[in-house]
Write a protein that binds this ligand. Structure first.
Ligand SMILES: Cc1ncc(COP(=O)(O)O)c(C=O)c1O
Length: 446
């Protein structure tokens, strides 16, 4: 088979023991094409990455030009023009005093870097016991050992335990499955945020360094936060001197119609972690963007942040990110997402007439559709049904119908959509039609 030597990520390789893996060969705008020439709508922007769409020669040219000029130089004690320029531009776009940009190559490294900064910062400022991290149930924050420790998905962790101690989970903002169904969004938001205060109290405020939250939690199927949630979390973090890390590996760069998700929901993080959409995936690049306050202890004398990555701030990545931001600004992509998100949502909301669709949720160009066995009781599928439905049928059927997206059962079963930000009504209508046909068929197979 074609995968004899390619060890695919998060993949049951047995699935390709007898049949070849689909091979995606090229992309153009919101579409990708496989090796037989078939076209698919890229309903997930690859992996929440290709914001400006595929096949942008402008980005390829920016990469080629930079590689010709200076392919590589580290940002360890030296700088190069594109890293300087990109850092300044990101600092300008990031909310408030997030002015210090520490480049990485991807999201997990950004998440790890933020934890290391939190620990190191408190050590330098007389609170050496502060080292623990709080994150939310089912949240995905990456797979390297530190990031995996923060990730809230037991199924991804169990093969690698024991992980780094001192991380703990609090409830996420799944309003559809809130424990007390009588709660209004505001009451639920307050309740969920207060669980963070409770966890800090349980652990001892002197030991907790940071809380990691996504603006919209991806794993579990797009949980936006109820109104007031982030503001309450900010208050709690201030009260206990705990850093608020906004993990925006998915939610930055237009996914929610702003350069940063924190701007969308009007809260001020101490650190933003980002990657993916920064270059629209044309080359890898990530960053941890920290506040002036956090960087301050490392600006004097012999003090330093003892951390670095060979390819962090790679010149080609930085050049592509700058060209990508140019496209955002020239084409008004954030405004396009803000204007079209309600229309996108309205197409997906139509699916609520299907018996299998329990909830549609999300924001921007980032939605999850939760599938249920019984709409009225909100009963979910058994593991066996989920396996048969999601893995056995849905993903393949959607793909065969020309829509690449994700059927995910890391929480309750959901279909996730996060198309390139250039998509318009014709693409929303296509997604709705394919989902309608395939979900209708799925219902008959339960
Ligand atoms: C919120 C979040 N954090 C961290 C990561 C890890 O990023 P990477 O896969 O680039 O290491 C991801 C990846 O999807 C993510 O969604």
């Amino acid at each position: 088979m074609n995968t004899e030597h390619l060890w695919m990520h998060f993949t049951r390789m047995s699935a390709y023991a007898d049949t070849p893996a689909p091979v995606i060969e090229r992309g153009d705008g919101p579409y990708v094409f496989d090796s037989t020439g078939r076209r698919y709508l890229d309903g997930l922007s690859g992996l929440f990455v290709v914001q400006v769409g595929h096949g942008r020669s402008e980005l390829a040219e920016a990469a080629a030009k930079q590689a010709g000029e200076l392919a590589y130089f580290p940002i360890w004690s030296y700088a190069h023009p594109k890293a300087l320029e990109l850092a300044a531009r990101l600092a300008h776009l990031a909310p408030g005093d997030l002015n210090k940009v520490f480049f990485t190559t991807g999201g997990s490294e950004a998440v790890e870097s933020a934890w290391k900064l939190a620990r190191s910062y408190f050590r330098h400022t007389g609170k050496p016991l502060k080292h623990k991290v709080i994150s939310r149930a089912i949240a995905y924050h990456g797979t390297s050992m530190g990031a995996l420790s923060i990730t809230g998905l037991p199924v991804l962790k169990q093969d690698f335990e024991p992980l780094i101690p001192s991380t703990l989970r609090v409830p996420n903002t799944n309003y559809y499955r809130r424990p007390d169904q009588r709660q209004t969004p505001e009451e639920f938001g307050r309740w969920a945020a207060d669980r963070i205060a409770e966890a800090i109290e349980f652990e001892g405020p002197d030991t907790v360094a940071a809380v990691y939250l996504e603006p919209v939690q991806n794993a579990g199927g797009c949980f936006p936060a109820p109104p007031g949630y982030f503001q309450r979390v900010r208050e709690i973090c201030d009260e206990y001197d705990v850093l608020l890390v906004s993990d925006e590996v998915i939610c930055a760069f237009g996914r929610l119609g702003e350069f940063f998700g924190a701007t969308r929901y009007d809260y001020q993080p101490d650190i933003v972690t980002c990657a993916k959409g920064m270059t629209s995936g044309y080359v890898p690049l990530g960053a941890m963007i920290a506040s002036d306050r956090l960087a301050e202890p490392f600006q004097h004398g012999t003090s330093w942040f003892a951390h670095g990555i060979t390819y962090g701030g790679h010149p080609v990545g930085a050049a592509v990110a700058l060209a990508n931001l140019d496209i955002f600004e020239r084409e008004g992509l954030n405004a396009h997402v803000r204007e079209n998100s309600p229309l996108f949502r309205s197409y997906l909301d139509r699916l609520l007439d299907l018996p299998i669709v329990g909830d549609v949720r999300g924001d921007g160009y980032f939605f999850g559709i939760e599938l249920v066995k019984d709409k009225h009781t909100r009963e979910t599928f058994s593991d066996e049904e989920s396996e048969r439905l999601l893995r056995g049928f849905l993903s393949k059927a959607l793909f065969e119908a020309g829509l690449y997206c994700r059927a995910d059962d890391r929480g309750d079963p959901v279909v996730q959509l996060a198309p390139p930000l250039i998509c318009t009504e014709e693409h929303f209508a296509f997604m709705e039609q394919v989902l309608r046909d395939v979900l209708t068929e799925a219902w008959t197979r339960i």
